[in-house]
Design a binder for this molecule. Structure first.
Ligand SMILES: CC(C)(COP(=O)(O)OP(=O)(O)OC[C@H]1O[C@@H](n2cnc3c(N)ncnc32)[C@H](O)[C@@H]1OP(=O)(O)O)[C@@H](O)C(=O)NCCC(=O)NCCS
Length: 272
């Protein structure tokens, strides 16, 4: 508030200034001004575009974890304490180095990330958007592995080679694939979109899209939400149930079902 007293003889000019000072308001105004300034002039600052792209990528990765892990309580917790996120971010750096021919530096970044997180992703592996590694420890992803968008891996998963192939040696995952804890997917074949690989499975050949594979060696037990048929004479699916032991079990189950039906019919005829 400003108050000016009119001067008169014996009464000189006086000015009263009453300023209300608030530190919080000052700080807020300064931050607003700085934010406005940055918004208007961001393109003039060297490297700012790159920094903002990196920030956006980190924010996206944090969002992926928040969406897929109900245990994640805050963005800060995810950013600081999720080793899967750290491994994915490190892979972004190592993959860029690998692509630009700096293979030694790429490998160094990948090994440092492995030491810190227990997750080894080869810098050559190609990984899509929305990739989430839950818990993380013990995950290994090979050089020629390809991972589509929105895939999830749990701890102990290997996307590896069998040692028999050269060139493309590691699997390709489609979009929205889930690979359960401890599962091993070995060889240069494709896991179709939306497939689920059960915890502990060992997958040695391609799995069609929308199917669930379980066991060792993995066999398809469910496709497009339907159980894979197990009828020895009619519908036994030799492509999706590659394990001969499983096929034999299927036949035995089918024989038992028929015998049970026969016994029930005979009992009915005898009036038992
Ligand atoms: C396979 C899985 C994804 C379920 O997929 P689904 O399509 O819903 O399949 P279902 O639950 O209907 O199971 C289908 C069959 O596979 C069997 N099955 C499920 N998981 C299995 C596993 N890990 N190993 C062996 N068999 C398994 C079921 O018993 C069922 O058998 P049935 O048809 O004889 O009854 C789930 O069981 C799984 O393994 N998730 C991994 C999750 C994980 O790793 N969590 C770690 C958290 S720390």
């Amino acid at each position: 508030m400003l108050k000016i007293n009119k001067p008169s003889p014996g009464n000189p000019l006086t000015i009263d200034v009453d300023v209300e000072f608030s530190l919080a308001d000052d700080v807020r105004d300064t931050v607003r001004w700085a934010a406005d300034f940055l918004k208007k002039n961001v393109n003039e600052i060297p490297g700012a575009a790159a920094v903002s792209a990196v920030t956006r990528e980190i924010r996206d990765e944090v969002r992926v974890v928040r969406e897929r892990d109900p245990a994640a309580k805050s963005d800060l917790e995810v950013l600081l304490l999720y080793s899967g996120l750290h491994a994915v971010l490190a892979h972004k750096v190592s993959h860029k180095l690998y692509k630009s021919g700096h293979t030694f530096a790429a490998r160094a970044v990948s090994q440092a990330a492995r030491a810190a997180t227990g997750i080894e992703i080869h810098p050559g592996a190609t990984i899509g958007k929305g990739f989430f590694i839950d818990h993380g420890s013990g995950v290994v992803i090979g050089e020629t592995a390809e991972i589509g968008d929105n895939c999830t891996l749990y701890q102990g998963v290997t996307l590896g080679g069998t040692g028999k192939d050269t060139g493309k040696r590691h699997p390709t995952l489609g979009n929205n694939v889930m690979v359960g804890a401890g599962a091993k997917v070995l060889g240069p074949f494709k896991i179709g979109d939306n497939a689920k690989i059960a915890a502990g499975a060992v997958v040695l050949e391609a799995i069609p899209e929308d199917c669930t594979a379980v066991g060792i060696p993995a066999r398809v037990v469910r496709c497009k939400n339907e159980k894979v048929a197990c009828d020895a004479n009619k519908n036994l699916d030799h492509v999706h149930i590659p394990d001969p032991v499983s096929q034999e079990l299927c036949r035995l189950r089918e024989q038992m079902r028929r015998l049970e039906e026969e016994i029930a019919r005979l009992k009915e005829e005898r009036g038992e």
